[in-house]
Design a protein around this ligand. Structure first.
Ligand SMILES: *Cc1c(COP(=O)(O)O)cnc(C)c1O
Length: 413
């Protein structure tokens, strides 16, 4: 069995070391970092070696935790497009806007990156039964990767989880349950069931390897920008794995000497005003968030009332010179329509919130018009049927009334 370059795991809270190559979860309820022997990685692989590898996240194999190739569980996690968006960018005041569009990943969201890694590691450890609390895309992604690995998955969702997320978990063969409560209540079920049910909890950041999967967003972004980084990144943040993962990716790339220019982007953690523990903590100058009382947002991926890795997000945001900012749900529909009509990109509501944050940040001068800005579209709009349902006018096949069509067209042009 070929070994990965992982040396150990390390508590994000206080640096306590944990051995790699055995099942680990958290330290005092807080996440663990996966650490690598970066000098050895540097000696083993160069940036140019990547050019010959398949265009998927496994191209960064030396910076990933899986030891045994046979454990790799993949549904084809292709590199995602980094799309120049001049029209949309001009509309929000930054013509250099790029969208990293994660919507084409397996199961229609970037949760695939994290789950591909978590399930591969679970397989390496011989785990066969996994469980997760989810308010959105994580349940479907876990269910799909568990099916791919031949494992059992248990998924617990609040009642108000979008219909496609409920259906996909069941479709992929997970034992999926609706819970009369919030995501934290689902989390408590998964915690308590660990003993009696013998399952492994793959909640965000309670399992160390989803972060490593999401880290590949940062590796990919750097490679797509010819080993430079943008001026600012807007990231729709729930648990924060993606933002923290990207910041870790930039650290590792810098240590490897792979970056042409080590200037870092300002990281903007974007949330809905309906569930904004990070912007609140940020505004108060706190490193840890307080649970939001009645979280309410249609951007289900952002409906995380308090995150166990909140201090990791806020640390990265602070180190980068960015901010944690919120925009209201009332902006979602307009931002989704703007991106769809101006660029043909189907933004998920989470990314629509980030776009609303961007527009405000530009108008307030926090982000400047000339800057190179990357916004993450973390999932596909099509998964949110409740939000994209749109009544269409009827066309009468017996009348062929072209004037009616012309007049509708005219009002749009
Ligand atoms: C889970 C999710 C998020 C939040 O991701 P984190 O990395 O956990 O903060 C954002 N958008 C979508 C579509 C999601 O499913």
């Amino acid at each position: 069995m070929k070994q990965s370059y992982v040396t150990h795991l390390e508590a994000a809270l206080d640096g306590t070391r944990y051995p790699a190559r055995q099942v680990q979860t958290v330290h005092e309820g807080r996440p663990l970092w996966v650490r690598y022997d970066l000098p050895a990685v540097k000696a083993a692989v160069s940036r140019d070696d990547l050019a010959h590898r398949p265009h998927d996240l496994w191209r960064y194999r030396e910076l990933l935790p899986v030891d045994d190739d046979a454990a790799i569980t993949s549904l084809g996690e292709s590199m995602t497009p980094l799309l120049a968006c001049p029209r949309l960018g001009a509309a929000v005041g930054v013509p250099g806007l790029l969208i990293k569009d994660e919507s084409s990943l397996p199961t229609g969201s970037f949760k695939a990156r994290g789950m591909a890694m978590a399930v591969s590691m679970a397989r390496q450890f011989g785990l066969t039964r996994l469980a997760i609390p989810t308010a959105g895309n994580a349940g479907g992604a876990l269910a799909a990767y568990a099916a791919r690995a031949g494992m059992e998955a248990f998924v617990f969702m609040p009642d108000d989880t979008p219909v496609v997320n409920r259906a996909e978990a069941a479709l992929f063969g997970a034992r999926a349950f609706l819970v009369d409560g919030l995501i934290n209540d689902c989390g408590a079920i998964v915690r308590e069931g660990a003993g009696p049910m013998g399952w492994f909890d793959v909640s965000t950041l309670k399992e160390p390897y989803r972060l490593e999967g999401k880290k590949t967003m940062g590796l990919e972004l750097a490679e797509q920008l010819d080993w430079t980084l943008p001026d600012a990144i807007l990231y729709p943040t729930g648990g924060g794995t993606g933002l923290v993962g990207m910041w870790k990716a930039f650290d590792e790339l810098e240590a490897l000497g792979w970056l042409e220019d080590t200037r870092r982007p300002r990281m903007y953690a974007c949330q809905s005003t309906g569930c904004d523990p990070l912007p609140r903590a940020w505004a108060a100058g706190e490193r840890f968030g307080q649970p939001v009382e009645a979280p309410a947002t249609a951007a289900s991926g952002l409906r995380v009332p308090v995150a166990c890795g909140d201090f990791m997000v806020l640390d990265a945001v602070a180190a980068s010179g960015g901010a944690a900012l919120a925009a209201p749900d009332s902006e979602i529909a307009g931002m989704m329509a703007l991106a769809a009509e101006s660029e043909g990109i189907s933004l998920c509501p989470e990314a629509a919130i980030a776009l609303a944050v961007l527009r405000r940040a530009v108008s307030e001068g926090t982000i400047e018009a000339h800057e190179r800005v990357v916004l993450f579209n973390t999932g596909a709009a099509q998964k949110y049927l409740e939000l994209i349902d749109h009544p269409l006018p009827r066309f009468d096949k017996d009348r062929m009334d072209w004037d009616r069509i012309r007049s509708r067209g005219a009002s749009k042009d």
